[in-house]
Design a protein around this ligand. Structure first.
Ligand SMILES: *Cc1c(COP(=O)(O)O)cnc(C)c1O
Length: 368
């Protein structure tokens, strides 16, 4: 309908608001952030979370330090590499100047923050890709406190929040203090950070996406939340700088994609997204049951469309290759998500039921 309207004199529209259409921004705020004080003008609509992760890197600049969960979604580290924030790559250890926060079965896939060095930015994804782990309220409260103590910024990736089935937080802004004004300035860093305009008083930004809720991977639609309460140490609003980046490097998401996003957030759309998420979670259950019955230690799956299967002592790529060669099923080697993913394979639930059942039949054949 929207695409057709563009061919008419009445329905044609040119450039839209770079931040996204007012109606969609308001709908995202009221649907996902109604009780946490996030408003329409805190939302920046984008062509996907991945693009926004890179735009945030442009906002931070090349002089900052980064921490990531290990393993984690590769876009955080790779965009840091592109920005020139990192040092040399070392096999088995990852990139220099990146703080890898180990997330293992032993620590419940939440890092031991007492061993984590201070960084300017902390990327945190929950529910996590690839481990499937969703952080508890208590864990996120500790993370926010850690960020406040250190004057760090959390970039929280909630691309899988709709997959949470229990009462775990769906947004970092559910944690008190996550969007609070915060003005810690570390004296040693101050001169160089002020020169770069680093947002020192920022605690959390959230990136999210329609990709995994509505099958929008190819449509391209996501959003970033930057609370207006967040200010640079000199009092300048962070959102204003991000706005400048969006206007300079982007110009806004496709209006056709935004019409689709608005439809997703209608009562029928929300219902359809719940059904899609529910369907993939059924797939996940089948995959978890399969590997559990075969005697593997299996993680994730409960609050995410990914199952994280442990192959202790084995090389991820060897496991991946054997599965591919013998079953013709594609999994993802865990080491691709960081050094901490070695010895694991990620199995995705995004597929047709018949294909998932057939893949599981072949896994049972292979590992019987
Ligand atoms: C898939 C995914 C995204 C979504 O990226 P888009 O660019 O919106 O498609 C973001 N973060 C994580 C962790 C993902 O797995």
């Amino acid at each position: 309908m929207r695409a057709h309207a563009l061919s008419t004199v009445e329905g044609y529209s040119g450039y839209g608001a770079e931040q996204g259409e007012k109606l969609l921004r308001a709908k995202i705020a009221s649907t996902y952030y109604s009780n946490v004080g996030i408003e329409e003008d805190d939302i920046f609509v984008s062509d996907g979370a991945k693009s926004d992760i890179s735009r945030l890197q442009v906002l931070f600049g090349s002089g900052v330090t980064m921490a990531v969960q290990d393993p984690s979604y590769p876009a955080y580290v790779d965009s840091s590499v592109i920005m020139g924030q990192t040092r040399l790559y070392q096999e088995g250890f990852g990139y220099g100047k990146i703080e890898y926060m180990k997330c293992t079965p032993e620590n419940g896939f939440f890092p031991d923050l007492s061993t984590v060095s201070r960084t300017d930015v902390i990327f945190f994804c929950s529910p996590n890709n690839p481990t499937g782990a969703a952080a508890t309220r208590d864990q996120l409260t500790r993370l926010v406190q850690f960020a406040k103590d250190n004057g760090s910024i959390i970039v929280y990736d909630s691309a899988y929040a709709m997959y949470i089935s229990d009462d775990k937080p769906r947004s970092i802004f559910e944690i008190p203090g996550a969007k609070e004004i915060y003005a810690l300035v570390l004296d040693i860093l101050k001169p160089c950070l002020l020169a770069k305009g680093l947002p020192l008083d920022m605690v959390a930004i959230e990136v999210s996406s329609f990709s995994k809720y509505a099958g929008f991977t190819g449509v391209r639609l996501g959003w970033t939340v930057i609370p207006k309460e967040l200010h640079f140490s000199d009092g300048f609003p962070v959102a204003k700088d991000f706005n400048r980046i969006v206007c300079t490097c982007f110009n806004g998401a496709s209006n056709i994609a935004q019409a689709g996003g608005l439809a997703c957030l209608s009562p029928e759309g929300l219902q359809a997204m719940q059904e899609v998420v529910g369907f993939y979670k059924e797939n996940t259950k089948i995959i978890v049951e399969t590997f559990t019955s075969l005697g593997f230690n299996v993680y994730g799956g409960e609050n995410a469309p990914y199952v994280w299967v442990h192959f202790p002592g084995q090389n991820s790529w060897d496991v991946f290759s054997e599965i591919l060669a013998k079953t013709h099923v594609v999994t993802t080697p865990g080491s691709g998500f960081g050094p901490g993913g070695e010895g694991f394979v990620r199995v995705s639930a995004f597929g047709h039921r018949a294909n998932v059942l057939e893949a599981c039949r072949r896994f049972k054949e292979l590992y019987k």
